[in-house]
Design a protein around this ligand. Structure first.
Ligand SMILES: Nc1ncnc2c1ncn2[C@@H]1O[C@H](COP(=O)(O)OP(=O)(O)OP(=O)(O)O)[C@@H](O)[C@H]1O
Length: 464
């Protein structure tokens, strides 16, 4: 059977469980995606499906505009729609190529509708490069399972229908059909590690082990099975170890905390597996040395030691901390924040929303609350933060004794990272209320009086 027939069969098998309304081909204009587009147009003609050639212009090369024009011409020639998207690539700690890849996938995600299928031109050699590359960078089993031929991308589905074909297969096809493609000179210069593997290492390995491709694919498949079992196990452990914190603890969190007790009951490899799985939910890859640090210094730490471990880098970054029985992942927005005092001009309307620069919003409602409107009349209300104030001990309605702010926070079991950013309503240096938590007895409303209530909402509700 020739390549177009095999390709059509392969795509049919991959799409069996989907009824896409559009086939979106990620089209760089290089050899692989040119073959991909040509073959996909043949498939689409048989199935009356629209094809979109989607080109990302990274503007990294002086030839970028010419490539884009070339891609557009070819798309028109093949009778499909063409969309080009410009992205701005800034090199992060992981290099230009990685930054370009991240931008590319972001752009795909934004463009795709739920019923679209995205097709990428990766082939067998790309798969082997990926495996070797990950092997050299101490990847785990899921990394060594290689690139999947199908996965979700945002709301849509991504496929790699050329993964079983070699570069030589694609080259033969392109030559036979007189396809024209562009040679991205950055392939030779930008991604040094990959190019080193591609040009220096793989040819030597192939020379020594003629069956190398098949062998490595065998290893990949073993790893795929193992990764799938580890994922199943992590899911079970995750269900058992999730802690549902009180609503006021979850402010700003992206992922539920894990129970330290449950984690400590697991074997060390299972614990590692669960923590990796948990952090993957927020796109953080944790290194093995950091995993050991979490185990040795965080989970074992004394209650009052409060160590913090910074995880991730570049785009994904955050901190791990323990509080009571919870191991928390604090996203960057929670982990790094400096308070600024804000003088609030209160309009005394029925409902007001005040933007707390980088710290969510404060809502004020007239009625249903515990703060007396009369006792605030004529006074200037301010929003401030704990470290800017020197507040005396105070009492709260229905509770015995006067206590410091710290003691009240402790009594209400507020995690330390929230104590410093919880907005405080003050008049002069006197505390009026901690929104959503408590009110100072001196400002509490009496029966039948006009009352005010305050609520603080921090962005990023707990979503995963
Ligand atoms: N600029 C781009 N615009 C759209 N899709 C892209 C772009 N760059 C890469 N892709 C998609 O990702 C696939 C893999 O890209 P990668 O950079 O790993 O390989 P490549 O050698 O550049 O591929 P190609 O030979 O198609 O250019 C490509 O085959 C293509 O489907």
């Amino acid at each position: 059977m020739d390549l177009p027939q095999l390709y059509c069969q392969n795509l049919e098998r991959l799409l069996a469980d989907y009824t896409p309304t559009r086939l979106v081909v990620a089209f760089s204009g290089g050899l692989d995606s040119t073959v991909l587009l040509d073959l996909t147009c043949q498939y689409a003609a048989q199935h009356q499906l629209p094809v979109i050639a989607f080109h990302i212009n990274h503007n990294l090369s002086p030839n970028a505009k010419q490539w884009q024009n070339h891609c557009q011409r070819l798309a028109i020639q093949l009778g499909c729609d063409f969309v080009a998207k410009q992205v701005e690539v800034k090199s992060t700690g992981k290099g230009v190529e990685e930054a370009a890849r991240a931008k590319r996938y972001q752009a795909f995600e934004v463009f795709l509708e739920a019923t679209d299928v995205l097709l990428l031109g990766h082939h067998l050699q790309d798969q082997l490069e990926t495996l070797l590359f990950r092997f050299c960078r101490s990847s785990g089993v899921s990394g060594l399972a290689g690139m999947p031929n199908s996965r979700m991308i945002g709301k849509a589905r991504l496929f790699r229908p050329l993964l079983e074909y070699t570069k030589t297969d694609l080259l033969h096809y392109a030559e036979q059909h007189q396809l024209i493609w562009v040679e991205d000179e950055s392939n030779k210069t930008l991604d040094f590690s990959r190019n080193f593997l591609r040009h220096e290492i793989l040819p030597k390995l192939e020379c020594h082990w003629p069956n190398l491709y098949r062998q490595l694919i065998g290893t990949k498949e073993h790893c795929q099975d193992a990764a799938s079992i580890l994922e199943d196990m992590a899911q079970l452990d995750y269900q058992a170890a999730q802690v549902s914190p009180p609503a006021h603890w979850s402010k700003g969190l992206l992922v539920q905390p894990l129970s330290c007790q449950q984690l400590l009951q697991l074997s060390s490899p299972r614990r590692h597996n669960l923590i990796r799985y948990w952090l993957k939910r927020v796109d953080i890859n944790i290194t093995r040395p950091l995993l050991l640090e979490v185990e040795n210094s965080l989970l074992m730490a004394a209650e009052d030691a409060m160590p913090t471990i910074v995880v991730g880098s570049g785009d994904g970054f955050g901190a791990l901390r323990c509080f009571q029985d919870g191991l928390f992942f604090l996203p960057e927005s929670l982990a790094r924040w400096l308070p600024t005092t804000q003088q609030v001009e209160w309009g005394w309307q029925k409902h007001e929303t005040i933007d707390l620069v980088g710290n969510g919003q404060l809502f004020c409602y007239q009625s249903g609350g515990e703060v007396s409107a009369a006792k605030l009349k004529g006074k200037t209300l301010k929003v401030a933060y704990r470290e800017q104030l020197n507040i005396d001990k105070f009492a709260i309605p229905g509770r015995q004794g006067r206590k410091t702010l710290k003691r009240w926070f402790q009594e209400y079991q507020i995690p330390p990272w929230l104590r410093e950013r919880w907005p405080l309503l003050v008049v002069g240096s006197e505390l009026v209320a901690i929104p959503g938590l408590l009110v100072n007895q001196a400002f509490a409303c009496e029966d039948g009086e006009l009352s005010l209530s305050f609520q603080w909402e921090l962005f990023s509700p707990l979503v995963r």
